[in-house]
Design a protein around this ligand. Structure first.
Ligand code: AMP
Length: 181
């Protein structure tokens, strides 16, 4: 893609104040993925750093991580592994509780989703406090995955999640940042 043709992805992300709670500005990627060229560029830009990284599996976090992660797995030509909310996966699972910017939750992963030593790329739409991503990394490690990197469309840097992951030795990539929250 020529640089002159590049879209401003940030401008395609809709901001909805006071959702799901007063004081939270929800960064809504539905406006980005509804834009064909915007979705394509975001998937390409997210995947580009990993083309030569010998990724074995892309793991996406429910639900918006599935949208980007599934497309990225297709570009990389590798399998996709879903990390889901409690009770959604039919097979034997491992689970992890975590806290969010607005609440607490539990995620699960099929115990046989990753072969021992497989190189895994974790994907979600947004990193805020990093609680969700750290829980996902814990699960992926527990089943034998080697976490190559974590990729996010959006970083909220003031909430510290990306820094926290880096402090724990995880490589982090993101496409756009919303400062000041
Ligand atoms: P955290 O665990 O705090 O890093 O939160 C990240 C998860 O919560 C991601 O799955 C996001 O989709 C969601 N999330 C947290 N804060 C927001 C926000 N301000 N706008 C949209 N999604 C958010």
């Amino acid at each position: 893609m020529q640089s002159s043709e590049r879209l401003d992805l940030k401008s395609l992300i809709r901001s909805i104040p006071d959702y799901p709670r007063t004081g939270i500005i929800f960064r809504d990627i539905t406006s980005l993925i509804a834009h064909g060229a915007g979705f394509k560029q975001s998937v390409r830009d997210l995947t580009e750093p990993y083309m030569d990284q010998k990724i074995d599996k892309v793991a996406g976090i429910e639900a918006r991580g599935f949208i980007f992660g599934g497309a990225m797995a297709d570009v990389l030509g590798v399998g996709f592994v879903p990390i889901r909310k409690q009770g959604k996966l039919p097979g034997k699972v491992v689970g992890q509780d975590y806290s969010l910017e607005y609440g607490t939750d539990r995620i699960e992963l099929h115990a046989d989703a990753i072969a021992q030593g497989e190189r895994v790329l974790l994907v979600d739409d947004l990193i805020a406090t990093g609680g969700t991503a750290l829980a996902a990394i814990e699960l992926l490690k527990r089943v034998g995955g080697d976490i190559v990197s974590a990729a996010f469309v959006i970083d909220l840097p003031d909430l510290g999640g990306a820094s926290l992951l880096r402090e724990k030795g995880v490589d982090v990539h993101s496409l756009v940042a919303f400062e000041g929250e």
